[in-house]
Write a new protein. Structure first.
Length: 764
């Protein structure tokens, strides 16, 4: 079974976002909604427009919106060619059942049909459907924001054909980039059942212990391995009305108490639903954030929780923090300990009801609620005796699953099954991590901040563990050792990547750059920049393929090293940019040279009469404006990714996909030969100077901005004088010279210092 075209019925927040993700992945979509009054397509058009304007962006490339065909629910025949149809309409059983009855007579016999309901049992939705429909039906529950949250819950029924589950799992993981979890057909499935329960308990304990919303979010965020949105900020993102809807449905279907406090109901009645209405648990007032005070019913300026005890533990490993948070003084420790124990107890009791194993429970919370590690991993971290003692203190009966555990829930590559036996952890051969390779003893070389690891099949992985993937002298030295090792060992090639969840590389170590400038050791600084450039060039000139596998933030030198690799295998969420002008510099690790050569060569292919200044201008704008991609698709449109570079929708397969690129290039590999282009010289510089003058006159560029632009123009035009042929090394030399000149200015040093102190650029 293959999914080549999908249908989405319901163009609301979730339906539109699912359509945007599928289109971003390159899959044609039919998006339907109920007809409007004057314009029948009014509502579906608004749904698509909402996704095009969404922040954070729903589309990875807005141009992919052209893959979406619009229609109304009066035109269900538009779905007849769809291989998968997902229902995302009002969260009530009756309208969904009516829609499925109509779809049964419209869709083709092989089409998979699913519901994105957040809690209505599948068995309820299937009432009255034929055996054939039942075989092709399951739940596909996405999480908002759809593009960014990794989880896709699949909820098969006893009638669902296993091939349907397998097809949806493959499509979800490889095409849409999701982490799929198979759930039981229980109310709320896994993530919402546990996540919403945790939120309701946090609200109640907050009131019992006399805490504020600000204090609770400080105690339930990164401090305990949860996202910055913690508890109440997550509620604002989801929407208080959605939170109420899910909690009400869970209370109805489970018979459990999921009630929100009365003051939450009051906020909803006042129309304060969170981000979509501008106010919820938090409200933005100008540039300031105000927090709702549930005791007075008023919004007050946000107050950060600052405790010496928190400062002392915030950088410890999570396994140590979890216990120490419960030891915080007074009401803070009492709140944290009770919340941990109550939610852990609930997870232990409900896991067999909602999931097929504890691995799925942990994955659901990690991928759906962005926890650093799931509840069972957290329980192992604090120790099972800690749980037993805590449950006894709270008068909670020890759960059966805890009684079955022999020391821990996970051990030696196994996990505790609900049958009381330990089973081997499920293994996905395509999911490769640097940490997993290290645990498996696949270390070829070990440095202070790096490692060279064996990916198998004659491919090595260079792992950079420096903070934010920075490229300091030590990392560069270790990279050269790794390149030497691969060459001497006759390995097929090398992959550059690592495990950090957000940052591939923030570029060169700015603190060391600033220190060198302030000490005035210019010979040493020139040597350091030369080394950086030659490292980038060595990636390109090595006698074996080098593949960079970037993801997330890939800035400055991190982008430059990627650009000089034979291929890039990028994660779909790629924020790549040459951003050096933000600190008063220009790219000097080959980035300026590379974009000039790349854009000039693209134009040269059209013949000798083409205006090469267009390529220079394109490179100038990209670098001078520090343009950064918001996805890998956009990086391709910008020119950072070339034809032949790959995009992995699923981060879990990134390193595996990069390894495949190495093996595809390895046979008969020959490195790219040195290149030359025609530089424009004085004429090009004059054109760019005029543009800079215009920016200054319009107040859009400071005097120092113009100085940076002058140096950049000089490099991109190959220096002053007549137009002439230049080599890569010619431009690298100019690049290095311009970098050092700018670094020697007071204003650039001020910009670097400001960035290091605040994380924000300075315009001076």
């Amino acid at each position: 079974m293959r999914i080549k075209k999908i249908g989405v019925v319901g163009a609301g927040t979730m339906g539109g976002a699912i359509a945007a993700l599928a289109a971003s992945a390159g899959v044609p979509v039919v998006l339907l909604d109920i007809p409007g009054q004057q314009d029948k397509l009014e509502l579906v058009k608004k749904g698509l427009e909402r996704q095009l304007k969404a922040k954070p962006a729903a589309f990875m490339d807005k141009g992919r919106a052209s893959l979406i065909e619009l229609g109304t629910t009066e035109e269900l025949a538009k779905l007849k060619d769809c291989d998968w149809i997902v229902e995302v309409i009002i969260e009530k059983p009756e309208p969904k059942q009516e829609l499925f009855a109509k779809l049964e007579s419209v869709c083709k016999p092989t089409a998979i049909v699913s519901s994105n309901t957040s809690g209505i049992p599948m068995r309820t939705l299937l009432e009255g459907r034929s055996e054939g429909f039942r075989k092709r039906f399951l739940g596909t529950h996405f999480f908002a924001p759809v593009r960014y949250l990794h989880l896709l819950e699949l909820i098969p029924t006893p009638d669902t054909d296993p091939q349907v589950v397998q097809t949806m799992r493959y499509f979800g993981e490889r095409i849409l980039g999701k982490g799929t979890v198979i759930c039981k057909d229980a109310p709320g499935f896994i993530a919402n059942r546990l996540g919403v329960y945790g939120m309701t308990q946090a609200m109640r304990l907050m009131m019992e212990e006399g805490l504020t919303i600000d204090e609770v979010d400080a105690l339930t965020g990164p401090l305990v391995g949860r996202p910055k949105s913690a508890t109440f900020r997550t509620g604002d993102i989801s929407g208080l009305d959605v939170l109420k809807l899910v909690s009400t449905e869970l209370a109805h279907t489970t018979g459990e108490d999921f009630r929100m406090p009365d003051w939450v109901e009051n906020l909803i009645q006042q129309g304060n639903l969170g981000d979509k209405t501008g106010a919820g648990f938090y409200k933005k007032v100008g540039k300031d954030i105000f927090t709702y005070d549930y005791r007075t019913g008023e919004y007050k300026p946000q107050e950060k929780l600052r405790l010496a005890e928190i400062a002392a533990i915030k950088d410890l490993p999570l396994s140590e923090r979890l216990k120490k948070v419960a030891e915080l003084p007074g009401k803070y420790g009492a709140f944290a300990r009770k919340l941990f124990l109550i939610t852990a107890h609930y997870a232990l009791e409900k896991a067999p009801e909602i999931a097929y194993d504890i691995v799925a429970v942990d994955q659901a919370m990690e991928w759906g609620f962005a926890w650093e590690q799931g509840p069972f991993k957290n329980m192992d971290a604090v120790g099972l005796d800690y749980l037993r003692q805590g449950f006894a203190e709270l008068g909670l009966v020890e759960p059966e699953l805890l009684k079955k555990a022999q020391g821990s829930f996970y051990k030696d590559g196994t996990y505790l099954g609900f049958d009381g036996q330990y089973h081997s952890l499920p293994r996905n051969p395509a999911h490769i991590t640097a940490s997993g390779l290290r645990k498996a003893g696949k270390v070829l070389l070990e440095g202070k901040e790096t490692a060279l690891l064996d990916l198998g099949d004659g491919v090595a992985l260079f792992e950079n563990r420096a903070k934010m993937g920075t490229l300091g002298e030590g990392v560069l030295r270790e990279l050269h050792k790794a390149l030497d090792w691969v060459e001497q060992s006759d390995y097929h090639g090398l992959v550059l990547s690592h495990d950090d969840p957000r940052t591939y590389s923030a570029g060169a170590n700015l603190a060391l750059v600033l220190m060198g400038a302030q000490e005035g050791d210019w010979d040493e600084m020139a040597r350091a920049v030369h080394t950086f450039q030659q490292t980038a060039m060595r990636l390109r000139r090595s006698p074996f393929p080098v593949i960079s596998a970037p993801f997330g933030l890939t800035l400055g030198g991190g982008a430059e090293f990627s650009l000089h690799s034979d291929r890039i295998q990028a994660h779909a969420e790629l924020y790549m940019g040459l951003v050096e002008v933000g600190v008063g510099l220009i790219p000097a690790g080959g980035g300026t040279k590379e974009m000039l050569f790349r854009f000039t060569q693209e134009l040269s292919a059209y013949g000798p009469d083409i205006d090469l200044f267009e390529g220079v201008k394109r490179a100038f704008q990209m670098i001078a404006l520090a343009q950064t991609s918001t996805s890998a698709l956009e990086a391709r449109n910008m020119g950072f990714l070339r034809h032949g570079d790959g995009i992995s929708m699923n981060r879990d397969t990134l390193i595996s996909d990069a390894k495949a690129q190495v093996l595809a290039l390895a046979a008969g590999y020959v490195p790219q030969p040195p290149m030359k282009i025609r530089a424009l010289g004085a004429e090009g510089i004059g054109n760019l100077r005029y543009a800079l003058w215009q920016f200054q006159e319009a107040g859009q560029a400071s005097e120092h901005d113009a100085r940076i632009g002058e140096e950049l123009a000089y490099v991109l035009c190959g220096g002053d004088g007549p137009a002439r042929e230049v080599s890569e090394q010619d431009i690298l030399d100019l690049e290095r010279e311009a970098f050092l000149k700018l670094l020697g200015t007071k204003k650039t040093q001020e910009r670097i210092a400001h960035m290091l102190k605040t994380g924000k650029p300075l315009r001076n």
